[in-house]
Design a protein around this ligand. Structure first.
Ligand code: CAA
Length: 390
């Protein structure tokens, strides 16, 4: 049975900053952020958006009534969830009007967990072939103002429907994965910003990719020419490029050119949205699928998933006939075009304007936020979500 990604979409908040403005404000050469880090724009989330609303907004645009009636499993991958106990998937389940006879859970392992969700979904469908599973990957990346990681922030979510006979991409077996207890990036329960050993995180990520890619090729007796394109977990676009370059040193010119050219296409959305943690690999995939002119059905795409801490996985997918007809390219381009560019002063104010810890009651102004699904406030310590369509 063929199982894979039947539908895919993303959502990112309505505001962004230009990384050139950030460079100027921080006294850094713009070339460092634009070329050295490889980021053009960075999404900024208002306090009416959190991991739940971003994910629900991403799902809204891909789900039909038939999907809503069929989805029997919601797997919500996040490392910036909203509750230590209740799964973010339950809030999303309610906001999207899914049927009661569905499971809703939350999974966590830094930026890797959406891949865990995808593989859980695949196993579930293998046992229940008529099932449709909604995998949500949603995060707001916060390192802090004027920190080394500030340039690698962002916000957004990816929503995927996993099903048999998928219209976009099958998820093939085998996949190779590994775990290594490392403190390259983590966020203690008391902190709303991440702790990171930046340089170590880059080394750890590249080593994971090299190891897993080598293991995969050995197991499947494949080589570079067997991959039409590779997509990467992309905290910032220079990072995926470094990983790719690390396996191209001895490659022939044709393989090098093809993989580097497709890398450019895949990085486009990541470069103008920023780091969305769990969804970053899948945003890279959406960009490749929507922005390429040349990938044909039958092409093999390799996917490298990495979550600090660390867990990584390498696997492949095969593009399905007519895949272009099932993408949301126009919607995504419009979403990105219609965002408002804000000043660094306003970004800093939005960044600091968070809901204080422990606040039991607060009302938020959702009219300022064009998103259809928003956080409207907190009552008796319960988050109040609104779908403006309902
Ligand atoms: N023009 C062009 N390039 C320039 C430049 C200029 N004017 N000035 C500097 N550069 C280049 C540098 O040469 C360097 O390039 P290379 O990496 O190719 O050598 C690049 O810009 C970056 O410069 P630095 O290394 O000096 O930058 P930095 O010290 O500020 O650190 C960083 C960069 C480590 C990425 C830092 O931003 C950081 O710590 N970010 C957060 C960590 C992160 O995102 N890690 C990702 C893995 S962890 C993860 O994936 C998260 C997860 O699981 C949840």
């Amino acid at each position: 049975m063929k199982i894979g990604i039947d539908k895919i979409g993303f959502y990112t908040p309505a505001m962004y900053i230009d990384t050139g403005d950030l460079a100027e404000a921080r006294g850094v050469e713009p070339g460092k952020f634009k070329v050295g880090i490889g980021q053009e724009k960075m999404a900024v989330a208002p306090k009416t958006q959190d991991a739940v609303t971003l994910a629900a907004n991403a799902a809204l645009n891909i789900l039909t009534q038939a999907d809503i009636d069929a989805i029997d499993y919601v797997i919500f991958a996040t490392e910036t969830g909203v509750d230590h106990s209740k799964a973010a998937g339950i809030f999303a389940h309610e906001l999207l009007g899914l049927k009661k006879s569905a499971r809703s859970i939350e999974v966590k392992q830094a930026c890797y967990s959406a891949t865990a969700g995808l593989q859980i979904a695949k196993g579930h469908i293998a046992l229940n072939p008529d099932s449709r599973v909604l995998v949500l990957a949603s995060d707001i990346s916060r390192y802090g103002l004027k920190t080394g990681g500030e340039i690698t922030q962002g916000a957004g979510a990816v929503a995927m429907v996993i099903a048999r006979d998928p219209k976009l991409l099958t998820i093939e077996s085998p996949s190779v994965y590994q775990t290594d207890d490392a403190m390259d990036f983590w966020r203690p329960l008391y902190s709303d910003t991440a702790h990171v050993q930046g340089k170590f995180s880059v080394i750890q990520y590249i080593n994971f990719f090299k190891d897993l890619f080598a293991q995969y090729q050995e197991q499947t007796k494949t080589s570079l020419k067997d991959f039409e394109a590779l997509v990467f977990h992309t905290p910032y676009t220079k990072m995926g490029l470094k990983a790719l370059q690390s396996v191209l040193e001895d490659a022939d010119e044709a393989d090098k050119k093809r993989l580097l050219d497709y890398y450019e296409v895949g990085k486009y959305y990541n470069a103008i949205v920023g780091n969305i943690y769990t969804g970053s690999l899948y945003l890279n995939l959406i960009s490749l699928l929507e922005q390429n002119q040349t990938l044909e059905a039958g092409a093999t795409v390799g996917l490298f998933s990495y979550g600090s801490g660390s867990v990584g996985e390498f696997f492949t997918g095969i593009l399905q006939p007519g895949y272009r007809d099932h993408l949301k390219k126009e919607y995504h381009e419009k979403l990105l075009e219609e965002r408002e560019q804000i000043s660094i002063e306003r970004y800093e104010a939005v960044f600091m304007d968070t809901i204080p810890n422990g606040v039991g009651d607060i009302e938020l102004d959702i009219e300022m936020d064009p998103a259809l699904i928003c956080l409207a406030g907190i009552k008796n310590h319960m988050r109040q979500y609104v779908n403006k369509q309902q």
